[in-house]
Ligand binder design. Structure first.
Ligand code: ATP
Length: 341
């Protein structure tokens, strides 16, 4: 388990003191994939450096597997850090070494004998899907393959915690998805805890169980990914959720508001099993309303699907209100849209 208790980190700068992490408390369970999301400067990298002991907090405690990383020194810190490994945005590979030699590097440093090392490297190459590329140099690999080497190297010494620092930010969308799938399969096969930092909600939606949203050093919201998508609280979280779900939505809504001025434009939020219910048919049958579908999408998350549907409801005020109430009674949240934002 990873636990942060009232952790703050201040840096001294030419203009005085800067608070990069501001009184953060978090608990990350074993075997969890936990995402930390925030825009540039939110404090995510500082958080990662606090988690691997590269930085000491100004106040508060960072516990990883029951070891207080913020207080440990010397051998105790080295032992604790042995269980924590990192994957980097720009891979950080050794360019003069082959794939196999890059992966072997942390094993050499740990003093693993040659035979055992070669056996372990073979296993890792198979685990990350790089069979046959053992002798290739990083310059001969695609971005996705380089990150597979980075992941294999990070797993070499059997860590219990894998920290991923924007591990897919340098990759195209398809390669990003393949690397995210690899992280999920590693989490499931090896049972390790993954903490990833990102500025992309897509990454959180696709693989994380829980998420913490950071802004100006503070965690402004945290929770189960599906719940956060369904019911974001902080304005910044709403922006991230919109970013991950709204492709084409703004244009459709703007057009609809312009073209059809009758009735009401309603955004409906579905979650889990509700995404499979025929509620739209039901409200047309039960109430004297017409339903015009403007925009819809369903986004899979690690804990179930989440969907939004924008519809234009026309009919008498009473029927429209009754139809909305009927949906609310079914547990489907709704929001009246009056402008594009
Ligand atoms: N060593 C340092 N000395 C002084 N200020 C720092 C240091 N490291 C980070 N900061 C400042 O702390 C704040 C948080 O930075 P941090 O790198 O943790 O954010 P981030 O969310 O990772 O952003 P980015 O994705 O741009 O790296 C920023 O204002 C940054 O300038």
């Amino acid at each position: 388990m990873i636990q942060l208790d009232n952790v703050s980190k201040q840096y001294k700068t030419a203009n005085g003191s800067l608070t990069a992490v501001d009184n953060v408390s978090l608990t990350i369970q074993d075997r969890e994939i936990f995402g930390i999301i925030g825009y540039s400067g939110a404090g995510k990298s500082t958080m990662i450096r606090l988690l691997n002991g590269l930085e000491k907090p100004t106040s508060g405690d960072v516990l990883v597997n029951d070891v207080n990383i913020s207080k440990a020194r010397g051998n105790a810190l080295r032992n604790a850090r042995h269980h924590i490994s990192m994957v980097f945005q720009h891979f950080n590979l050794l360019w003069s070494r082959t794939v196999a030699e890059n992966i072997a590097f942390p094993l050499e440093i740990a003093g693993v004998k040659k035979d055992a090392r070669e056996k372990r490297v073979k296993e890792l190459i198979a685990l990350v899907g790089l069979e046959g590329r053992d002798d290739a140099y990083p310059s001969q690999l695609s971005g996705g393959q380089k990150q597979r080497v980075g992941i294999a190297r990070a797993l070499a010494n059997n860590p219990t915690v894998l920290l991923c620092d924007e591990a897919t930010s340098a990759l195209d969308p398809e390669t990003t998805d393949a690397i995210l799938d690899l992280l999920v399969s590693i989490n499931e096969k090896l049972g390790l805890t993954i903490v990833l930092i990102t500025h992309e909600m897509h990454v959180i939606r696709k693989i994380c169980h829980r998420v913490a949203v950071m802004e100006k050093g503070k965690v402004v919201e945290q929770g189960n990914v599906l719940e956060v998508f369904q019911n974001p609280q902080a304005p910044i979280t709403k922006r991230f959720v919109t970013q991950a779900t709204s492709t084409g939505q703004k244009e459709s809504v703007a057009q609809m508001l312009e073209d059809y001025r009758e009735g009401q434009l309603i955004k409906l939020f579905f979650v889990g099993d509700q995404t499979e219910q025929p509620v739209i048919t039901e409200i047309i049958r039960k109430f004297a309303v017409d339903v015009n579908i403007v925009h819809g999408n369903i986004s899979p998350t690690k804990s179930g699907p989440y969907g939004t549907l924008i519809v234009q409801l026309t009919g008498s005020d009473a029927d429209v209100a009754a139809a909305i109430q009927y949906l609310e009674n079914k547990g489907i949240k709704s929001e009246v849209i009056s402008d594009v934002d």
